[in-house]
Design a binder for this molecule. Structure first.
Ligand code: ZN
Length: 226
């Protein structure tokens, strides 16, 4: 009864469309669960996602769970996960994505999930790394282990907005460091991030992980801009 009154006074809202949720719904409303644009995982290559990395890095798979477009419900969802303290929403959507990954047999090829780290200062301000929440959710469903301590981001945070791919890549090329190469050596690593735009962040991290001895690297973003 008390829970019902609370829900009437402060309704839980959908993370994507912001409408009040029904009592039976969690994090996302039923309409959004059905309608949010999902391009599908394990797309046949070449495709619009693989084109972002073609000729730049020998990756294996690249996945995006949602299609991102400016002003969309997906953008609202990503904003809630990144900037509004909704780390549980990130974990929930990560676990949803993990459920879809699990339906494909090739998924078992991944040995370890590594989330893209934040700059330490940003991590302290935000209190959590949204990519780690997503990675945790994926790991819970797929049982692929995840580790957020193997890769770190160093140096000063610098805004990438407005920079083209080459200058973004230059800015990023030395910000990642592998802390411990042993768990990475000879493994197929699934790098996870919240949003994929140009791919420069994934590229910079992948170069370091490859140099540390990884056998194969695949990318997964919760949302990607076409
Ligand atoms: Zn909704």
């Amino acid at each position: 009864m008390f829970k019902r009154i609370l829900q009437l006074l402060y309704p839980k809202r959908c993370g994507a469309c912001d409408l009040p949720l029904l009592e039976s719904e969690n994090f996302l409303c039923t309409a959004c669960r059905i309608e949010l644009p999902k391009p599908g995982l394990f797309l046949k290559q070449p495709n619009w996602l693989s084109a972002k990395f073609d000729g730049l890095f020998p990756f294996t798979d690249v996945h995006a769970f949602f299609l991102f477009s400016p002003g969309s419900k997906v953008q609202h969802l990503m904003h809630q996960i990144k900037y509004k303290g909704q780390h549980e929403l990130g974990r929930f959507v990560g676990s949803w994505c993990g459920k879809h990954l699990q339906q494909n047999i090739r998924m078992i090829a991944y040995d370890l999930i590594i989330p893209i780290p934040l700059f330490p200062k940003k991590y302290l301000e935000r209190g959590y790394n949204q990519a780690a929440c997503i990675a945790q959710g994926i790991s819970e469903k797929t049982k692929i282990p995840w580790n957020e301590a193997l890769l770190k981001r160093t140096g000063q945070s610098q805004s990438l907005v407005g920079q083209n791919r080459v200058s973004r890549y230059e800015t990023l090329s030395n910000v990642f460091d592998v802390v411990d190469p042993v768990p990475i050596e000879g493994k197929h690593i699934l790098l996870v991030d919240d949003t994929l735009t140009t791919g420069a962040t994934f590229l910079a991290a992948a170069e370091k992980i490859k140099a540390a001895g990884a056998l194969e690297i695949s990318f997964l973003a919760l949302a990607a801009l076409k």
